[in-house]
Design a protein around this ligand. Sequence first.
Ligand SMILES: Cc1cc2nc3c(=O)[nH]c(=O)nc-3n(C[C@H](O)[C@H](O)[C@H](O)COP(=O)(O)O)c2cc1C
Length: 151
Amino acid sequence: MNVAVVYTSMTGNTEEIAQILSDQVEQYDLTVKIFHVEFDDIMALDLKNYDAILFGTYTWGDADLPFELEDFHEDLGDEDLSGKVVGLFGSCDSYYEFYGAAMEIMAKQFRAIGAEVIEPLLKIELAPEPEDDEKIEQFVKKFVDRVKQSS
Ligand SMILES: Cc1cc2nc3c(=O)[nH]c(=O)nc-3n(C[C@H](O)[C@H](O)[C@H](O)COP(=O)(O)O)c2cc1C
């Protein structure tokens, strides 16, 4: 089964989480392809070619999506990902009022096009630290279980 790990990251924190998730998901014998939205060839319409998706974003501005996700988010609205399992992850900063707000915006869009979004979303404070290990492992397990059940 194929999993797309699609993310954006400005200072590298979300990228680190993407790498950890990819490594862990591969250990469950799923095939992973990883894409940085800004630099790799990945568009919303490509997601239907994968059995499941892990999507990562940081939050920017006034609880906003990063600029580089705006088109992707809009295009996603034209797709149909019914029945696909999606895990949302991202680096957040509790200094801000709306913790990981961009992840919620993406989760809403994925749900609107029929995807099943794993709850709770994987929100990590800034860079992943050893104390996040258990939370990350539980998220991966939940994601993989749902992917295998829904196949
Ligand atoms: C201008 C600005 C606005 C931000 N707004 C939010 C926010 O509303 N909510 C939040 O959780 N984090 C917010 N952040 C924190 C970033 O999401 C955080 O620094 C994150 O670690 C960046 O991830 P990255 O290393 O993957 O780029 C903001 C950061 C900046 C610089």
